[in-house]
Design a protein around this ligand. Structure first.
Ligand code: GLN
Length: 298
């Protein structure tokens, strides 16, 4: 007797296991993971259904499937995720890009002036600035992250998506990652040397950690056990990073510049108030496709 199995039987077998264990997207996940182990795309998976899979490969498939059953997402297992129509590599230091965050990119593309320059604070995989730059060949950006392992991914993703020459990476905490602003020239001294006053930005972007420490503990295993805690936990009330960003943002913006931050569905008012208290005007809360508050602009 042989335990050899066909391609089609293999993914169906795992689809049934996933269904039984309550994995929401059982068919898709089973196909993606079998395809990954065999090196097949979706089309090959369909047309090569009746080919036999070697035992060695079937055991590779089993390993991937067991990871999925611990709650690890398919994107994390495969090590990449699609966002804004582009492909992003992930590692343990990067949040898995969420479709909700595409709203921030849409709004940034609208807000950015011609040949504009922007910064993304806490960039992780770099999905936000890279998506903006890929759609705006005239734009330039700085992306910061406190974790060098995240910046490694952002750099690789910028290369892969052809925008590395327009994205500058800086390591550090929020605005602390940026070089200090030069002091303005004194009367009669002319323009400051070097980059001069042009270090301010037209636009500041951020999707900071915004979940309260207490709530982080209650998230699904897929998020809590596999997304980096540093990218989720916004402190006791989830607003810690916004306080820092709001307090410092104005001096990094050109006159008339704008800031856009992603927020949790129930943080619209609190984050608007923080920006109001920091002297910002024209504060608005934007809703995502699900009708939930998702971005604050100021
Ligand atoms: N939107 C993410 C979640 O719900 C959180 C991302 C973040 O904290 N910036 O898991």
């Amino acid at each position: 007797m042989s335990d050899e199995v066909t391609v089609g039987a293999l993914w169906r077998r795992w689809r049934d296991v996933f269904t039984e264990k309550g994995v929401g997207t059982a068919t898709l996940d089973a196909k993606l993971l079998v395809g990954h182990a065999l090196g097949f795309n979706a089309l090959q998976l369909a047309v090569r259904e009746s080919e036999l899979v070697s035992r060695l490969l079937a055991s590779d498939v089993t390993k991937l499937m067991q990871k999925r059953l611990t709650g690890e997402s398919v994107a994390r297992i495969l090590g990449h995720k699609e966002f804004y129509g582009l492909e992003f590599a992930l590692n343990e230091a990067t949040l898995e890009p969420r479709p909700d965050t595409e709203l921030l990119v849409d709004l940034a593309l609208k807000a950015l002036p011609k040949s504009g320059r922007f910064v993304d604070l806490g960039t992780g995989s770099g999905c936000i600035p890279i998506s903006v730059l890929a759609n705006r060949p005239d734009a330039r950006a700085v992306a910061t992250d406190i974790n060098p392992r995240a910046l490694e991914m952002a750099g690789r993703n910028a290369e892969r998506n052809g925008v590395a020459n327009r994205l500058h990476l800086r390591q550090g905490d929020w605005f602390g990652a940026l070089a200090p602003l030069p002091t303005p020239p004194r009367e009669g001294e002319g323009a400051a040397s070097g980059a001069g006053l042009d270090v301010r930005f037209d636009l500041i972007l951020s999707n900071p950690p915004y979940i309260s420490s207490e709530v982080v503990e209650t998230l699904s295993p897929e998020v809590k056990d596999f997304d980096p805690r540093l990218a989720l936990d916004g402190g006791p009330d989830g607003l810690g990073p916004y306080r820092i960003i709001a307090a410092e943002a104005a001096r990094w913006l050109k006159p008339g510049g704008k800031i856009l931050v992603e927020i949790g569905y129930d943080q619209g008012e609190a984050v608007s108030n923080l920006f109001g208290a920091a002297g910002f005007s024209q504060i608005a809360v934007e809703k995502d496709l699900a009708g939930l508050d998702r971005v604050v602009s100021a």
